[in-house]
Design a protein around this ligand. Structure first.
Ligand SMILES: Nc1ncnc2c1ncn2[C@@H]1O[C@H](COP(=O)(O)OP(=O)(O)OP(=O)(O)O)[C@@H](O)[C@H]1O
Length: 255
């Protein structure tokens, strides 16, 4: 079932009297529970498109639908955002950081501790609730950022290069954890990444965008044989190299 739908999205930024066209006529649909990636040359508008989906600002033209309903202040909270930086508050404990969104949304205090504990357990950090962010490694902090994003129970997660600041080993481990956790919670997710391998390893479909202005160029279906594996294992599968080369060639052809 189509869960997130973009219909003829156009976007321009206006500075002084000049308009800069960034996105042209983007239409796409993502199924409930699906994990997809957006890739494309630098500056093709991936972050701009995620911001429009998150409702941070409206597109110049076009519509976003979530579960058949047009995006508005009413359903905007069904979307969670995870970024390259963890943006944890250094003066708050890990438990307080995980539940900050619930506090902002003024949801009942009683269940906060239970929610935080369950999520910290899920991300493999059950004993850090009373610690402070400075006491954790970069990879652990990004896991906490994932728990904080999930705490408000969004239906759709937007992941904007959340692994790019991590060392290679932490990145591979976190990719596995994110895929497993989002499957457990049956979330729909969009990952923006520059790493083709990461897109193939984590996604069911990869959306390739071209630049100037940003437009949807091609959609790649990841073969079933890869989709059943964890991101780490996908990279060891014989079919992985073929898929990588196909996408790489297409990206190269965009210049
Ligand atoms: N607030 C803004 N005002 C004017 N132009 C902007 C603004 N934000 C982004 N742009 C421009 O829009 C274009 C798309 O930017 P965006 O960050 O969405 O691309 P991206 O594909 O995410 O880039 P990257 O892969 O480098 O992160 C770029 O040319 C950028 O300079």
């Amino acid at each position: 079932m189509e869960f997130l739908q973009l219909e003829n999205i156009h976007h321009s930024y206006f500075s002084n009297t000049q308009a800069k066209e960034v996105l042209r006529d983007i239409s796409l649909a993502i199924r409930e529970g699906e994990f997809v990636s957006f890739i494309g040359p630098s500056g093709c508008g991936k972050t701009t498109l995620l911001s429009i989906i998150a409702g941070l600002f409206p597109a110049t033209e076009g519509k976003v639908y979530i579960d058949g309903e047009e995006l508005s202040a009413h359903n905007q909270s069904s979307i969670g955002y995870m970024l390259q930086q963890d943006y944890l508050f250094p003066w708050k404990t890990i438990e307080e950081n995980v539940t900050i969104g619930l506090k902002i949304m003024e949801r009942s205090n009683k269940t906060h501790k239970v929610t935080a504990n369950a999520l910290l357990q899920e991300i493999g950090l059950p004993h850090v609730g009373n610690n402070y962010p400075r006491e954790l490694s970069g990879g652990m902090r990004q896991r906490v950022a994932l728990a904080r994003t999930l705490a408000v129970n969004p239906k759709i997660l937007l992941l904007d290069e959340p692994f790019s600041a991590l060392d290679y080993q932490s990145k591979l481990k976190l990719e596995d954890l994110v895929v497993e956790t989002l499957k457990t919670y049956k979330k729909t997710a969009i990952l923006v990444t520059h790493d083709i391998g990461e897109a193939i390893a984590m996604s069911e479909r990869v959306f390739l965008f071209s630049a100037n202005p940003g437009a949807l160029h091609r959609v790649f279906e990841i073969p079933d044989a890869l989709r059943e594996l964890s991101p780490f294992d996908v990279r060891q599968h014989p079919a992985y190299t073929d898929v990588f080369q196909t996408i790489w060639k297409e990206l190269e052809s965009l210049g």
